[in-house]
Design a protein around this ligand. Structure first.
Ligand SMILES: CC(C)=CCC/C(C)=C/CC/C(C)=C/COP(=O)(O)OP(=O)(O)O
Ligand SMILES: [Zn+2]
Length: 434
């Protein structure tokens, strides 16, 4: 007994002065009763309620205000029952054909260093609408442009006279792969020179610099380098030394991937690049898959139905592919088919990313269509309407697709989600270089 009292005193001293228990009213009803009982306490109770309200209220920011408008616009389009949700393929085709018919408008000079991207976005969008829409003349002109940028056959810059760049090389190889070796263009690609250049931009930490001596190092560079190397069959151990650890270190506490190791914010674009790179390396099992699945799932909004690219940011049609494509890769490698709601994603694409007046696909209502969004929104539609599996997990070209049950079809072409190219086209290209 004496021992217990001593122990209680010791604990009391350790914890400090004993405090009175204070009960706080946390719901509105007792507050109203208190008000009737004791008017002197009005001010105290007012303060209590105010404090509780502040704690429970979401902070208003520019983004929450912008999102309220976006939700409003999306909900009115999503609930317009008289409009059928269908892909306006012929309409979008006009927009894409236009790229071959006229000089692009002056505001597009901002894309001067992204010329191979325009080739890829336009050609791939046409091929996704229907492979028949890509004519021999289009292929010829794309090959002509790519080899005008790099008469040596690679690596490629963003335009004539520009330094070779990883993103431009990736986009050029993607565009050329869709040209089906017409005019023997695949044989003009200089694999050896591309390989040596890839080694020259490789960093000790496993990343790749986008351009020799200058340029940024992040998961985009890794994805561009590994896509090109795997497609051309020049992927060696030397090229990917330390790259697996680099990518593992890019997965953060949220479960998605930042652009660089140990970054604090995960982003859909960088996450896709990391996950597709891991798929190419046959190393998806080396990351925390359950956390990645959670992160992807929480990027789809209930109200707008589409994906955002970062926690608490706005929905954007291009994440239909950056996040939807990540989900499709996870599905192909057997990590689950219910990470996203496919029918809702399809509704966002068809009702919110298309306009009745302007052809092409867009980020969200109120934005203008552009070639970038046209490509990635269509790619998003493809990963929504097909289900994916892989025959050999060490060979990303062995991914196959079949129509997804319970999701209507827009007759879009099935893509390989690792490469964002039609499955058969990318497989033929890789076979050519085997
Ligand atoms: C192959 C390759 C090079 C892929 C690139 C992938 C990538 C990083 C895509 C992100 C593109 C994008 C819409 C960024 C917007 O950031 P933001 O801050 O304007 O928009 P947010 O608010 O949606 O994050
Ligand atoms: Zn976008």
């Amino acid at each position: 007994m004496v021992g217990e009292i001593r122990r209680a005193k010791f604990i009391g001293n350790l914890l400090g002065r004993r405090r009175e228990i204070v009960e706080q009213v946390v719901s509105e009803e007792p507050y109203k009763e208190d008000q009737e009982d004791d008017n002197d306490n009005d001010n105290d109770n007012d303060n209590d309620v105010e404090e509780i309200e502040i704690l429970m209220k979401e902070q208003d920011t520019e983004t929450t205000e912008a999102r309220a408008h976006v939700i409003n616009d999306c909900v009115s389009l999503l609930t317009a029952v008289n409009e059928k949700a269908e892909l306006k393929s012929d309409f979008h085709r006009q927009y894409l054909d236009y790229a071959f018919q006229i000089k692009l408008p002056p505001q597009m000079t901002a894309l001067d260093a992204s010329q191979p991207w325009i080739l890829y976005w336009v050609l791939n969008s046409l091929a996704m609408l229907s492979e028949d829409l890509v004519s021999d003349e289009m292929r010829r002109r794309i090959e002509e442009k790519a080899f005008a940028i790099s008469p040596e056959g690679g690596p490629f810059g963003g335009g004539i006279g520009q330094l070779p760049h990883l993103a431009a090389t990736y986009a050029s190889i993607e565009a050329l792969s869709s040209c089906a070796n017409s005019n023997g263009s695949w044989d003009k690609i200089d694999k050896k020179s591309i390989y040596n250049w890839l080694l020259s931009v490789k960093q000790e930490n496993g990343g790749f610099k986008t351009c020799y001596s200058v340029g940024e190092v992040d998961t985009r560079g890794v994805y561009c380098a590994l896509s090109v190397a795997s497609m051309l069959n020049i992927l060696t151990d030397e090229l990917v030394e330390n790259t697996l650890q680099y990518l593992i270190n890019c997965q953060n506490y949220e479960g998605g991937f930042g652009g660089c190791p140990f970054e604090d914010e995960a982003h859909g674009g960088y996450t896709f690049c990391a996950v597709a790179s891991l798929a190419i390396m046959g190393a998806l099992d080396k990351i925390n898959i359950p956390k990645l699945i959670d992160w992807c799932a929480t990027k789809q909004y209930n109200e707008e139905k589409g994906f955002c690219g970062r926690s608490n940011k706005l929905v954007d049609g291009c994440y239909s592919f950056w996040v939807g494509g990540t989900v499709a890769i996870l599905e192909a490698y057997g990590y689950g088919e219910y990470i996203m709601n496919h029918n809702e994603m399809r509704e966002y694409i068809l009702r919110c990313c298309q306009d009745t007046k302007r052809p092409g696909l867009r980020d969200k209502p109120g934005k203008n269509p552009d070639f970038y969004h046209t490509n990635y929104v269509l790619a998003g539609l493809s990963v929504v309407e097909y289900t994916f599996k892989i025959d050999n997990p060490k060979d990303p070209f062995s991914i196959s697709a079949e129509p997804r049950k319970g999701v209507p079809s827009s007759n879009i072409t099935a893509i390989n989600p690792v490469y964002c190219l039609p499955i058969d086209l990318v497989k033929n290209f890789a076979n050519h270089f085997k």
